[in-house]
Design a protein around this ligand. Structure first.
Ligand code: KIV
Length: 293
């Protein structure tokens, strides 16, 4: 059993310990995050943008989530892995949601699934959790609904918006979710929701009052150029480091400085005499592995 489970994560909330989560989409990065002690890893459908270059998450398919999810799950020994259910793989019916959540669990080796929506998705959450699959809900600014919101906008504004958000949070908890992501929610409201809920809240653009935090890893590593949302802190400038490394490689290849003798298999070269014979077109006797009559 992993070090991070639904039980240990709930216990962290009870002890007032904060939970770390990052998105991830590949094996190598998953191993690094796992070794760093990140508690939860989200294979987010944000991979539509970060890995595939789409403008939003809507084109991402279940098959794609399975491929990325599987790679991440293989890299995690201790981190709890959550895989996103992509657009239109759960909204149609509780049965569709259960079938696709089942595929994600069987075919990726993840520990839980995540879906977007509050009161309107409770039947789906009941169906999935009823089959023993942990569900993380996602409310507030839910990116799969950005067309309905008229953009990627802060949710839970004003008294009505706040009341709706709290009702969504209580509803997904009642339906059986073990966690809920609060995205782009005002900080005092997110803190209130966190206090009211027994399940863990994971914030993104929702202030420090949540039980845990999640960020898209390319954002927090400074790999996305100028496009950094207000709620992101860049913990490193890897974009710059990578670009400089690519430029150095490019010029060293062009100057012939790479590879140096150190990076070659010189000991395996045949003798200079043999190479000279080859250069003059003399052929070595062919190696016969078996003879034909
Ligand atoms: O897909 C994703 O990366 C997410 C996070 C932003 C919470 O849902």
């Amino acid at each position: 059993m992993k070090q991070n489970t639904v039980v240990t994560l709930a216990a962290m909330k009870a002890r007032g310990e904060k939970i770390s989560q990052l998105t991830c989409y590949d094996y190598t990065t998953a191993r690094l995050m796992d070794q760093a002690g990140i508690n939860m890893i989200l294979v987010g459908d944000s991979l539509g943008m970060t890995m595939q270059g789409y403008a939003d998450t809507l084109p991402v398919t279940l098959e794609e989530m399975i491929i990325y999810g599987r790679s991440v799950a293989r890299g995690c020994r201790q981190a709890f892995v959550v895989v996103d259910m992509p657009f239109m793989t759960y909204q149609i019916s509780p049965q569709q949601a259960l079938e696709n959540a089942g595929r994600l669990m069987k075919e990726t080796g993840a520990d839980a699934v995540k879906l977007e929506g509050g009161q309107g998705m409770c039947e789906q959450i009941r169906a999935i959790t009823g089959a023993g699959i942990p569900v993380c809900a996602h409310i507030g600014m839910t990116p799969q609904s950005h067309h309905a919101f008229g953009g990627f906008k802060v949710q839970g504004k004003g008294e009505d918006g706040a009341a709706r958000l709290l009702a969504d949070a209580l509803a997904v908890q009642e339906a059986g979710a073990f966690a809920v992501v609060l995205e782009c929610v005002p900080p005092k409201l997110a803190a209130l929701v966190t206090e009211k809920l027994d399940i863990i809240t994971i914030g993104i653009g929702a202030g420090a009052g949540c039980d845990g935090q999640v960020l898209v890893y390319q954002d927090m590593l400074g790999m996305n150029g100028e496009h950094v949302p207000k709620f992101v802190q860049c913990f490193a400038q890897l974009g710059q480091v990578m670009t400089e490394a690519f430029q150095t490689y490019d010029s060293q290849v062009k100057e012939g400085a790479f590879p140096s003798p150190q990076q070659t298999y010189a000991k395996s070269d045949c003798s200079d005499d043999a190479l000279a014979r080859l250069a003059q077109g003399e052929q070595a006797a062919p190696l016969r592995l078996y003879s034909v009559l």
